[in-house]
Design a protein around this ligand. Structure first.
Ligand code: COA
Length: 325
């Protein structure tokens, strides 16, 4: 058995901050951000929560597929920035969409989260355990960044995406995943203090600042450019396929230069690497399902097309899947 995508949905908060808005807060410029990252604007939550966005994306995917929410067996939610530690976001979404029968849990692996959730869904489906699985990626990165740190706050954005998978006869997907905890310090965010800023002691204030995203940008860049082509080649090699056999390479949308460098290393046509990070920035676990939904709604997929999904990020973690539309 294999899970086929039968509906996609996404949600981006209506409030937009473009690069010029950021240049009013930190010492940066539209030119610098565009050149180094490809990002032009990002959507940022105001009243919305991560679970709310997840619920909206899920409802759109369910509606598109014409599925009764009570058919859903499992909800997997990839997030590192939910407004609650528990209940988990999957349970919050279950409540919103009325998926009464579904089991649900979250997967926290930062920007790799969605691909790991997708792979987990495919594994359950191919084992015959579940037939209908909702996979979500939703993030409020604006809550995680230090808005005084120009090296990180310019990179991220908020949003959610979802896909609904249904079991069909067929060969299971090829998938792979890796972690390298020893290199985890390259990209970190600690749990937050639950007190207001005014109530914190000096030491707590210091560590509160450290609770925001801290990143060695160049280390993460190098890691991504090396590991993404490696894992993609591994999957293609297992199927005796070349890059020319793949219709779309849907990579985590962190930085245009990372996607371009990965395409170059793979010697693959960059036209097969769609990007939307100019509009959203890096939405971490939400970036791949948002892109899938945009492409689907534009009619860019055809039944049977071969698609590689590849995520990478904090942990360090990286994962990929060779799947068919
Ligand atoms: N605006 C203007 N200047 C900035 C800046 C900003 N927003 N951020 C950093 N700079 C400055 C630095 O202070 C540095 O100045 P200096 O030369 O005077 O010291 C200079 O720009 C170059 O900084 P550097 O960090 O070497 O730039 P870079 O080319 O590596 O680009 C990133 C920085 C963050 C864009 C890049 O490393 C990157 O994209 N890394 C991957 C990050 C990522 O995708 N993380 C998430 C993965 S899931």
């Amino acid at each position: 058995m294999v899970g086929k995508i039968c509906g996609t949905g996404s949600y981006a908060p209506p409030h937009i901050m473009d690069n010029n808005d950021l240049a009013k807060i930190v010492d940066t410029s539209d030119e610098w951000i565009r050149e180094r990252t490809g990002i032009v604007r990002r959507h940022v939550i105001q009243e919305e929560t991560t679970s709310y966005m997840a619920g909206q994306a899920a409802m759109r995917a369910i509606e598109q597929s014409g599925t009764d929410p009570e058919e859903i067996d499992l909800i997997l939610a990839a997030t590192s920035s939910s407004e609650t530690v528990f209940p988990c976001m999957a349970c919050e979404v279950q409540k919103m969409i009325g998926a009464k029968r579904a089991a649900g849990f979250d997967i926290n692996a930062a920007c790799t989260g969605f691909v790991l959730a997708y792979n987990t869904a495919q594994a359950y489906i191919s084992a015959g355990i579940y037939r209908t699985v909702l996979v979500i990626g939703a993030e409020s990165m604006s809550n995680m960044v230090d808005w005084t740190d120009r090296s990180t706050c310019i990179l991220f954005g908020d949003g959610a995406g979802a896909v609904l998978l249904k079991a069909e006869e067929g060969t299971p997907c090829r998938m792979a995943a890796y972690s390298d905890g020893k290199k985890g310090e390259a990209l970190t965010a600690l749990s937050r203090h639950r007190k207001g800023w005014e109530e914190l002691t000096g030491e707590e204030k210091k560590s509160d600042k450290e609770s925001y995203i801290q990143m060695d940008g160049q280390a993460v860049f190098k890691f991504a450019v090396r590991k993404v082509p490696e894992i993609v080649e591994e999957l293609l090699g297992q199927e005796n396929l070349g890059v020319e056999d793949v219709d779309w390479f849907i990579l985590h949308q962190a930085n245009r230069r990372i996607v371009e460098a990965a395409a170059k290393r793979l010697k693959a046509d960059i036209a097969k690497f769609p990007m939307n990070l100019d509009e959203y920035g890096n939405t971490s676990g939400a970036s791949i399902p948002i892109l899938l939904d945009e492409m689907n709604r534009k009619g860019m997929f055809e039944r049977g097309q071969k698609i590689v999904l590849a995520g990478f990020g904090a942990g360090l973690t990286w994962a990929a899947c060779l799947t068919e539309w």
